[in-house]
Design a protein around this ligand. Structure first.
Ligand code: LMR
Length: 392
């Protein structure tokens, strides 16, 4: 008899669990289309960016202490990140919190909102698997809307927004929607902003792919627009992809408020949440990024590397869309071409996805999401042929 006799097996993680299965596969032909990570043409895991290597050299020379950061993190890192994410804005309206990647920005933000009377969340269907877990863990009531249909017929989303109870949190992805790759247009965002203001809905932006659609400035247009419109809102930002700093876990939570006089009390509330969870954030990743953001030449090196990754992913997207057209038709090709960022989705059944894994060593998430950087020149035809075979 053990205290864990009744433990129910929760299953593997929808993304990293499948990637673990990929890692254990011994076939040399195996293909990793699981987690959103940048792989180079040799399928190597993301290289450390040159800008980061140079910044780390500086950091190693100049760092004099490994002392704790404050609970809310490094103020210069946060100031520079705020500028990158929100542009030149009235900083007194923004409470800035350093977080452990985008995930803890989301979970800390949702924790705070739950503590303060928010009960409902609106999520796209599909959305990033972890979004669902984060809000479920905190006991939110979830309202979903069909994402592909809403993009095609925006009225569906307008009706959804209009049907939500007051003070529902709308979790929205700034660009490169995960898992579909498809985003609302600027015109649609303007309507969404208006409805959120009129219906007292609370925007919570997830910004994990800044720089992977068009450019750093352009990709967070919607966040800047909402801020200008006077929304109170949250923004969760992740640097995992844009600096390829996946395992350093660097992110930020921005709480945009109307009354700067309340910023200290908000900061104290959030500090309480962080203090009992992880006490204070780690410093290596944020200190490294700080060097890049504060140094013109390192910044330029970073922008060039980021653009290279973006352009390569866009090339892969185009190549893949062309190749799957004979299997799925023009509509899907156009849909994939209209997307941006790491992901696209294929309308495959669970059984077909399982066969791709077991028979061909082609690993993707069970939703049919494909992480495009894994489709290197030497495996793209193999993947397309495997898909053709399981489609029958
Ligand atoms: C993904 O969606 O694959 C990435 O964001 C990795 C993760 O944390 O799930």
């Amino acid at each position: 008899m053990s205290f864990i006799d009744d433990l129910i097996n929760p299953g593997i993680d929808a993304i990293f669990g499948i990637q673990d299965e990929y890692k254990k596969d011994n076939r040399s032909s195996k293909v990793n289309l699981t987690a959103g990570i940048y792989l180079d043409e040799d399928k190597r895991p993301p290289a450390v960016m040159e800008a980061i290597k140079l910044a780390e050299q500086k950091l190693n020379k100049e760092e004099t202490t490994k002392n704790y950061l404050s609970i809310v993190g490094d103020s210069n890192y946060l100031q520079m990140t705020e500028k990158l994410v929100l542009g030149d804005v009235d900083s007194s309206r923004i409470v800035k919190i350093q977080t452990i990647g985008g995930t803890s920005a989301l979970s800390t933000g949702f924790h705070f909102l739950k503590d303060n009377g928010y009960e409902n969340v609106s999520l796209s269907d599909p959305t990033w698997a972890n979004h669902k877990q984060i809000v479920a863990k905190q006991g939110y009531r979830v309202f979903t809307y069909p994402y592909f249909d809403s993009i095609k017929n925006f009225e569906i989303f307008v009706d959804h927004l209009n049907s939500l109870p007051k003070k529902t949190i709308c979790l929205l992805q700034a660009r490169c929607h995960n898992p579909t790759g498809i985003d609302f247009s600027k015109e649609q965002w303007k309507i969404i902003s208006k409805i959120c203001l009129e219906k007292n809905l609370f925007p919570f932006f997830d910004s994990a792919y800044q720089g992977f659609a068009d450019s750093l400035e352009e990709d967070n247009w919607v966040i800047r627009y909402f801020f200008e419109q006077g929304h109170e809102m949250f923004v969760a930002h992740s640097y995992s992809k844009s600096f390829a700093l996946y395992n350093e876990r660097v992110g930020a939570l921005f709480v945009c408020i109307k009354d700067p006089g309340l910023s200290e009390v908000v900061k104290r509330h959030i500090s309480k949440i962080i203090r009992v969870n992880y006490s204070n954030p780690p410093s290596h990743g944020s200190s490294t990024i700080k060097y890049v953001l504060n140094d013109g030449s390192l910044y330029q090196i970073w922008i060039d590397e980021l653009s290279k990754q973006r352009n390569r992913i866009n090339d892969i997207r185009k190549r893949f869309a062309d190749k799957i057209k004979p299997i799925f038709g023009k509509e899907l090709k156009d849909q994939i071409m209209s997307g941006r960022g790491f992901f696209c989705m294929l309308p495959l059944t669970k059984e077909q996805i399982h066969r791709l894994k077991v028979e061909f060593g082609v690993y993707m998430t069970n939703s049919g999401r494909i992480s495009l950087p894994g489709l290197t020149m030497d495996c793209i035809d193999y993947v397309v042929q495997s898909i053709e075979k399981v489609k029958g």
